[in-house]
Design a protein around this ligand. Structure first.
Ligand SMILES: O=C1O[C@H](COP(=O)(O)O)[C@@H](O)[C@H](O)[C@H]1O
Length: 228
C-alpha cells in the first residue's frame, strides 16, 4: 500500500487522474483494449472530469462502474449518469461505458447477467478508481450487506453481487473484491479528516470494516490519494 497526501482536493484529483491515465497507457501499449473501473458518489467528480481531457486512444477504452444504485440512468443518484456527464466527454467521449441498470430486469437477474458480461471485458482492469464511505464501505460493499462475505472473499468466483443495505434507499449492484482486485492497481481517493480516521483504524487492526479487506488483499497494489 502506498499513500499520497495532498493539500487540496483539486491536487489529489488531478494527481489521481494522471495515475489512471498512466495505467491505461501501459495497458494500451501492450494490448488492443484496456478497461478502467470508476466509482460513483461525491468524491470522484473532479478526477473524472480531469481524466476526460487526457490524451489517450479512448476508443480502445472500456469504463466499468464499481457499483450502481438501482435507479434509472437519468436519476441524480445514478453512478452511470455521473460517469456520462463527467468522464464520457471531451477526448473520453469515445470510450465505451458498460452500464449496470436495466429497467426490464430485476436487480438479481441483472447481477447474474452482468457477471457474465464482465468476463468479456478486457481483464485485468488497468486500474480501479475507488472511494470509501465513512462506514468503511467501498464500491457498494456495505458493512450490513447480508451477502458481504461473498463480496469480500478475494477468491470468490463472483465478479458482482446484488446488495441491499440499510444505508441506502436503493438496491445496488457491486463489483466484488475478487473482481476489483483483478486490476493492475487500485487508486483509493479519499477526502476529509473523518475518512482518514476510518482508514487509519482499518490499517491498524484487521477491523470489521470492509475497506480493511481491500487493504489486506495482495493481488492489486492499493494507492491511497488523500486530501483534507
Ligand atoms: O455509495 C457510494 O459510496 C462510495 C463513497 O461515496 P462518497 O460520496 O463518500 O465519495 C462510492 O465510492 C460508491 O461508488 C458509491 O456508489
Amino acid at each position: 500500500m502506498t499513500e499520497f497526501e495532498f493539500n487540496t482536493r483539486e491536487e489529489a484529483s488531478v494527481a489521481a487522474a494522471a495515475r489512471l491515465q498512466a495505467a491505461l497507457e501501459r495497458r494500451l501499449a501492450s494490448g488492443a483494449e484496456a478497461s478502467l473501473v470508476i466509482s460513483g458518489g461525491t468524491t470522484p467528480g473532479r478526477c473524472l472530469s480531469e481524466l476526460s481531457t487526457a490524451s489517450l486512444d479512448w476508443n480502445r477504452v472500456h469504463a466499468v462502474l464499481s457499483d450502481e444504485r438501482w435507479v434509472a440512468t437519468d436519476s441524480d443518484d445514478s453512478n452511470e449518469k455521473l460517469a456520462r456527464e463527467l468522464l464520457l466527454r471531451n477526448a473520453a467521449a469515445a470510450a465505451r461505458l458498460h452500464g449496470v441498470f436495466r429497467a426490464d430486469m430485476s436487480v438479481d437477474e441483472r447481477a447474474r447477467r452482468l457477471d457474465r458480461e464482465l468476463r468479456l471485458q478486457p481483464l485485468p482492469f488497468a486500474c480501479a478508481l475507488l472511494g470509501m464511505g465513512t462506514d468503511g464501505h467501498f464500491a457498494s460493499l456495505f458493512p450490513d450487506a447480508d451477502n458481504l462475505a461473498s463480496g469480500l472473499d478475494p477468491d470468490s468466483p463472483l465478479l458482482c453481487i446484488p446488495v441491499r443495505t440499510k444505508a441506502s434507499p436503493h438496491a445496488r449492484i457491486s463489483l466484488t473484491l475478487s473482481a476489483l482486485s483483478r486490476s493492475d492497481e487500485i487508486v483509493l481517493l479519499i477526502f476529509g479528516a473523518e475518512k482518514r480516521d476510518v482508514l487509519r483504524a482499518a490499517k491498524q487492526s484487521a477491523t470489521a470494516l470492509p475497506v480493511s479487506r481491500l487493504l489486506l488483499q495482495k493481488r492489486a497494489p492499493v494507492n491511497i490519494y488523500w486530501a483534507p
